[in-house]
Design a protein around this ligand. Structure first.
Ligand code: CA
Length: 237
């Protein structure tokens, strides 16, 4: 389930957004100012943030700018919410690093469409679309991993953590992810879980992929982390 952090000081609006998002299957946390938002993000990175521009204290624009300068939150998807419909404001919001911009009042339908569009672009693993790399296919809806080998479709048995890890790798191919980033994005906890845990699950994932000749998809990048490559050295026809 995708998690959305709603940063909005007007509780009636925040509640309405939360109800609609929960109804659409999102896990929602609501906070009322930038300080609380920062605290929430320090604990667990959400998949997306709906950030109100006008907040008591630090504004949404200032917070978005701060997130963009921090390596951990640089890629965090942010949709700015605002009552200001001026073109110049929209540009300021996008310049601050917002991925999209919604002017109040907006419909739930529009909000959901914008959220899905941003997630599709930045965190495809947060959506239920199937992904395929080098003949290996992962379907979040059925929780199945398969590989076509000649005429046969072979099932790959993976545990729940390895499934999430593989889903994340396949959604961001060719990119190097540090162990800390993987803990943040796959485990949702970068503070209390040891980085060695990542190595343990990568090893299990490679073992699970060995029978279908896909273990080589997961590469170790010395001193940096792990990467999923799209080109297997020994592809199976
Ligand atoms: Ca506000």
């Amino acid at each position: 389930m995708s998690s959305v952090l709603v940063v909005e000081d007007e509780s009636a609006i925040a509640e309405l957004i939360a109800i609609n998002l929960r109804h659409a299957g999102f896990q929602v946390q609501v906070v009322g100012d930038a300080e609380q938002a920062q605290r929430a993000v320090d604990q667990v990175l959400p998949e997306l943030v709906l950030l109100d521009w006008m907040l008591p204290g630090q504004s949404g624009v200032q917070l978005a700018r701060r997130w963009r300068t921090d390596a951990r939150t640089r890629e965090l998807p942010v949709i700015m919410l605002t009552a200001r419909a001026e073109e110049a404001d929209k540009i300021t919001g996008l310049d601050a690093g917002a991925d999209d911009y919604l002017t109040k009042p907006f419909s739930t339908k529009e909000l959901l469409a914008r959220i899905r569009a941003v997630l599709r672009r930045k965190s495809p693993e947060a959506l239920d679309a199937a992904v395929e790399v080098s003949g290996l296919r992962l379907d979040p809806a059925t929780r199945r991993v398969t590989r076509r080998m000649g005429e046969a479709l072979r099932d790959v048995k993976v545990g729940p953590t390895e499934f999430r890890l593989l889903h994340f790798f396949m959604s961001h191919p060719e990119r190097v992810h540090s162990r800390a980033q993987l803990l943040d994005r796959v485990w949702g906890d970068h503070v209390f879980i040891e980085e060695r845990t990542v190595d343990v699950h990568v090893k299990r994932l490679r073992e699970a992929l060995t029978p279908v000749a896909c273990a080589g998809l997961i590469e170790t990048v010395r001193g940096a982390g792990y990467r999923l490559t799209q080109s297997l050295d020994s592809p199976v026809a």
